[in-house]
Design a binder for this molecule. Structure first.
Ligand code: ADP
Length: 351
């Protein structure tokens, strides 16, 4: 297990009766890219501000490299934390060149060392050729790379990135997120990236922490969150999940779309709600089929169908773009064999 660069323990922060951080305990490992994922207003930015020192926790301990940054009796100011922040709107100085913006993060360096370091980080983000330009002469993606270079210049212990790609269009966002991940990895930089976009979280995170109303509901590798969500909230937020009911039988969990080849040690007769996603559901047109196509969403390579089952439950089904079914088409619906599905106690919403 890698060493820890940042530890949060029992962090609480409330604004009046709004819970922004509730009993947050987590570690960031050296060189790790941890993604903080959750819906707008769940407390992601607040957590970054607490870590950077721009906010003070009501309770709990924050430490970095074994040094306490914040607890009941200690409060290290932001500039002494060796933590850099990159914001969504990049916050570059408009009247300074790229070079000067990056150098701004290095006030204590001697001129020679400063120029050298600025050159290094601009090379790292592949912007050396625009060093003399002003921010308004750059594209949105280039501006974000300058902001990243400025954050990396002082060799911080940790970089915090607050929705750094959300102002960019989709193509650029995907290109830049891959690039930022590469730069952080090449540099061995530990980082926390905040996003509300589950696809982005799964794509870039070494681990992902899912936050809901201030509380971290689960932390794990992207695949683990996807395959074994710890709560309904995580299941719904990560991977667009539908739920169907099931009952454990001696041969598996019986559902209205077939018996799943799993009992997971539950006693026969246990009632469960099964978390099921579009890639877990197979459909075939059949005039006598119990399912009815409600809608089709064309996403390019694939069609995503919403299908109403006999019980009234709706499930989604991912199909190639070559299978085109109109609304009202009757279909057979089957759980795809070999997919182990997550389940929750029947009807226990809120867990
Ligand atoms: P996120 O980054 O996940 O969108 P925030 O951390 O910005 O969420 O906010 C969490 C909650 O705390 C929200 O309900 C927000 O309105 C509230 N909040 C954040 N900062 C303040 C503040 N300075 N004063 C009062 N309420 C705040």
């Amino acid at each position: 297990m890698a060493e820890t660069i940042l530890s949060l323990s029992g962090i609480e922060k409330h604004y009046g009766n709004i819970p922004a951080a509730v009993d947050v305990t987590l570690d960031v490992r050296v060189g790790e890219l941890l993604v903080l994922l959750g819906p707008s207003g769940c407390g992601k930015s607040t957590l970054l501000r607490l870590i950077s020192g721009l906010e003070t926790p009501d309770q709990g301990t924050i430490s970095s490299n074994g040094r306490v940054l914040s607890d009941a009796s200690t409060l290290v100011p932001p500039e002494e934390r060796k933590i850099s922040l990159v914001f969504q709107d990049n916050a570059l100085f408009p009247h300074m060149t790229v070079c000067d913006n990056v150098a701004f993060g290095l006030p204590k360096h001697k001129a020679g060392a400063r120029t050298r370091r600025v050159g290094e980080v601009l090379d790292m983000v592949r912007l050396a050729d625009v060093a003399g330009r002003y921010p308004h002469e750059l594209s949105g993606g280039q501006q974000q790379r300058v902001a990243l270079a400025r954050a990396l210049a002082p060799q911080p212990a940790l970089v915090l990135l607050d929705e750094p790609f959300s102002d960019l269009d989709r193509t650029l966002r995907i290109a830049l997120r891959d690039e930022v991940r590469e730069v952080l990895k090449a540099n061995g930089t530990s980082a926390i990236l905040v996003t509300h976009d589950q696809e982005e979280a799964l794509a870039v995170g070494d681990r992902v922490a899912v936050q809901n109303a201030g509380r971290i509901e689960q932390i794990g590798a992207p695949e683990d969150l996807f395959k074994t969500p710890a709560s309904r909230f995580v299941a719904e937020f990560v991977g667009e999940t539908d739920f169907i009911t099931g009952e454990v039988t001696p041969t598996g969990i019986r559902t209205e779309i077939g018996t799943l080849d799993q009992t997971d040690g539950m006693p026969v007769g246990t009632a469960v709600d099964i978390a099921i996603r579009a890639d877990d559901v197979a459909i075939t047109p059949d005039p006598n089929g119990p399912g009815t196509v409600v809608s089709r969403t064309f996403t390019g390579m694939q069609n995503v169908y919403r299908v109403r089952l006999a019980s009234g439950a709706i499930v989604r089904s991912l199909q190639p773009h070559t299978l085109v079914l109109t609304e009202g088409t009757h279909v057979q619906v089957r759980a795809a064999p070999g997919h182990h599905l997550a389940w929750f106690p029947a009807g226990a919403y809120g867990n």
